[in-house]
Design a protein around this ligand. Sequence first.
Ligand SMILES: Cc1cc2nc3c(=O)[nH]c(=O)nc-3n(C[C@H](O)[C@H](O)[C@H](O)COP(=O)(O)OP(=O)(O)OC[C@H]3O[C@@H](n4cnc5c(N)ncnc54)[C@H](O)[C@@H]3O)c2cc1C
Length: 373
Amino acid sequence: MPQPKSHVLVIGAGVTGLTSAVFLAEAGHAVTVIAAHVPGDSSIEYTSPWAGAHWHTHATPEDPRACDWDVQTYEYWVGVLEREGRDEKLPRAGLKLYDSFKYWDFPVKEQIWWAPYVKDYRVLADHQESFRSINERTREDAGKIQTAVAYRAVAVNVPQYLLYLQERARKADTVVIKARLPVERGLQHALEAAEQEAMNQGRSKVVCFVNATGLGAAKLCGDEAMYPIRGQTVLVKGEAKTIFTRSGVDYGAYCIPRPGSGSTILGGTKEKDVWSETPDPEVTEQILKHAALNIPELMTGPDGGFEVISVQCGLRPGRYGGARVEIERVGGKRVVHAYGHAGGGYQNSVGSARLTLRLVEESLASVPVGARL
Ligand SMILES: Cc1cc2nc3c(=O)[nH]c(=O)nc-3n(C[C@H](O)[C@H](O)[C@H](O)COP(=O)(O)OP(=O)(O)OC[C@H]3O[C@@H](n4cnc5c(N)ncnc54)[C@H](O)[C@@H]3O)c2cc1C
């Protein structure tokens, strides 16, 4: 077995940390992941399990880095699905391609820069499904769809995907340690504590750290640009056959089937600077009201309504200025920050993790080969 290139310690086991761990470990690094929450855990401090999630880019041409990350992830996920289709022995990632509809209740001003990068992109005319039937069901005094496009998009069975990433990282010899790092005495102290924790478990000295702590970075490295964007969702019985997202004048709505689970996530809220994990019953009602209009086929309950499994909130790791993916030297330690992916952590994940890998390897260039482990 070839000698690992270096020991990299990733802090965080959300989609950002685990994807980074997979890319680092598969590139030949010895990787340790330390996280307060790992796949299977449920906490408001751990965003990744609360996501929908699907590929629906929020990036704009003003942020070419995020556009590129999203395109890379789309292509990578399609590749994962193609490989799974060819080899039934491969572990299933929990991804699936669906027809995805995007509706606007107003003329679209944004640039749909991503159209050439997705499969089967098409603009719908108002007599085409599902544009026509939704507008027919809509009351005359309510907002109607004015623009609709369709394309093929990937939905993610989030709990399954996180376990899949963790398993892939472990197969490449990554060690995952569940531990909370202290935040009160600053990042340098937290890095020292992380290294000590890893060495207590028989790991070697750390050559480079990756900080993938999501919203936790606000405390871990005192980043005041971080803020939560709360999203409330309703998990219902029945797996929708298509994805939709809808932008209304004063609301957002989406429906994301959770592949292979027999359930669907309904949502659409974005509340800036709200930290509470308690769902708001009025918001639940609004989510179900929009879903009833857009996806009535899921109303299979005995009373003709949705069969609600659970209602929950997650906090997207928002950051003024966009995600922070860059190298910093902290008291002589090399750190690659990778946090603040807001509402796009899944669709950013592959492009962001590849950049993290590149930055880690760049940061190692100044380390003599004999001192990298
Ligand atoms: C309702 C909702 C819907 C969403 N839908 C989508 C979607 O459709 N598509 C999409 O791309 N994205 C979506 N997102 C956004 C996506 O979920 C996030 O961008 C992503 O999960 C962030 O992942 P992360 O790994 O950066 O952070 P997290 O998942 O929060 O992981 C942070 C990790 O750091 C660890 N950590 C933090 N502090 C410490 C500490 N002091 N010591 C040790 N460990 C620590 C935590 O334990 C955890 O393991 C959605 C989010 C929400 C809430």
